[in-house]
Design a protein around this ligand. Sequence first.
Ligand code: DX5
Ligand code: ZN
Length: 214
Amino acid sequence: MKLSPSLLSADFGRLAEEARAVEGIASYLHFDVMDGHFVPNLTFGPPVVNALRRHSTLPLDIHLMIDRPALYAPRFEVGAEDVITFHVEAKDPPRRALEAIRGLGCRVGISLRPGTPLSAIVPYLPEVDWVLVMSVEPGFGGQAFRPEALDRIRNLRRLIGNRAITIAVDGGINADNVRQVVEAGAEVIVAGSAIYGKPDPAAAARELLRAADA
Ligand code: DX5
Ligand code: ZN
C-alpha cells in the first residue's frame, strides 16, 4: 500500500513544513482543490500547489473537486510522475478533462462521488491511469468512512481486470479500517485527519502503513 497524505487537514499556515513531515514515509502528496461550486467548500488552487512542489520530492496527487477541470488543469506545473484527478460529475465533459490532463504529460485520474454508479466511469477506463474511489461525500475532511465503498473497490478491481490502473481510496480512512480497504483492493490510501489531525503526522503516517499490513 502507498500513502497519499491529504494536506486538507494540515495547518494551512505551515504547509511547506507539513509537506516535509511525511517525506520518506508517504509515496504521494494529496491536494484537495475545491472551487465552492462542485463542492460547498473552497481551498486552494494552482499557485499554492505549484509553490509547494518546490518543498517536496513526492509526486503530486492533485484531486480536482471543481466544475471546470479542463479549464484549470493546465495551470498546474506537473511532470510524468504526478497525477491529476477530475470528477466524472464535473461540468466539463469528461473527455475534454481527460484530454486536457493527458496533454500535460502527467498521469490521469478519474473520481466519482459515493452516489454515482461505477458504470459512469467504465467508458473512460481505457484512457485513465488511476481511479480515485470516494469513501465520503467530497468537500470536507474528518467524515466517517462509508463501508459500502469496500464492495465498490472489489467491483472496480474486477472491471479493471489486467489493465494497469491504480486504485486510490479517499475519505475516512484511519488505522482501524485501513487494512480492510487495502484487502478490498486499494493500492493508494489517501488520509487527511488520520495523519495531519494528529500531533505527530510522521508517526501517524508510519502507524497507518503498519496497520495496513498488520
Ligand atoms: C474530501 C477530500 C479528502 C479529505 C480526506 O473531500 O477529498 O481528500 O482530505 O480527509 P479524511 O482522511 O479526514 O477523511
Ligand atoms: Zn481528496
